[in-house]
Design a protein around this ligand. Structure first.
Ligand SMILES: N[C@@H](CCC(=O)N[C@@H](CS)C(=O)NCC(=O)O)C(=O)O
Length: 232
């Protein structure tokens, strides 16, 4: 196997960045982390745009190859480094089911979560005022997403999505997304997540399966959140 140097470009406040960092650490993949701070101008440099012309994180370079979009990166790394099969099974039908969850995620859980946060706690970051009407709409989208996860992909009593007893890249990607909800108050988080007991247990299962990397990589986000004066 070639020994190209793997660089992961990202910001630990970014949920897809964290998924890639945790994946690499959990699989003992050697990499160099290059911090591209969100909203700092780091992503605007010609050097970074050569890696990701869309100026977003995460992205990787691997020798003379570069790639963006976290799900593409996770599946590329799983195949390149031939990690344990449960992450992204070689069985075509098992793999396709994981791909199905990954594709679903973009327009449902991620869509609802990012827009809910942008219309509440993150509004000032974007120079806007919180928009309760929009927030209510996206909260509904978020709740529907949790309902889908609970009733469709956690319907058995298995520890992970799709009835699996070990985590896949889909478990990791989705749970990193859900961790963004630590930006809001515990009360609001309970209102949204409270009814979904299987989802709550699954989040814990993913954390435990990625221990100690999950907490280590998330600490930066939790520290940043702690500086918020009062969570809306
Ligand atoms: N679908 C992309 C999402 C990438 C993305 O939206 N990244 C955000 C951070 S989580 C970003 O770079 N935002 C800065 C910007 O849009 O200017 C992925 O999964 O990698």
């Amino acid at each position: 196997m070639a020994t190209e140097i793997l660089k992961v470009y990202g910001d630990r406040k970014s949920q897809p960045t964290r998924a890639i960092l945790i994946f690499c650490k959990a699989n003992g993949i050697n990499f160099e982390e290059v911090e591209i701070k969100l909203f700092s101008g780091d992503a605007q440099t010609p050097e970074f745009q050569a890696i990701n012309p869309l100026k977003k994180v995460p992205a990787i370079s691997h020798g003379d190859f570069s790639l963006f979009e976290s799900h593409a990166i996770l599946t590329y790394l799983a195949c390149w480094y031939q990690v344990s099969d449960h992450w992204y099974p070689t069985d075509l039908r098992k793999r396709a089911k994981i791909q199905c969850v990954l594709d679903w995620h973009h327009t449902t859980l991620r869509y609802g979560s990012t827009r809910y946060l942008i219309n509440t706690v993150l509004a000032p970051v974007f120079g806007k005022s919180p928009n309760p009407e929009a927030a209510a709409e996206y909260e509904q989208k978020l709740v529907e997403s949790f309902s889908t996860i609970e009733t469709l992909w956690l319907k058995s009593d298995a520890k992970f999505l799709l009835g699996n007893d070990k985590p896949s890249v889909a478990d990791l990607s989705l749970v990193c997304e859900i961790m963004q909800l630590h930006m809001i108050s515990e009360e609001k988080r309970n209102r949204i997540l409270g009814p979904y007991k299987k989802v709550q247990q699954w989040i814990e299962n993913v954390k435990v399966a990625m221990d100690p990397h999950f907490d280590e990589v998330h600490q930066h986000l939790l520290d940043a959140i702690a500086t918020f004066e009062q969570k809306p």
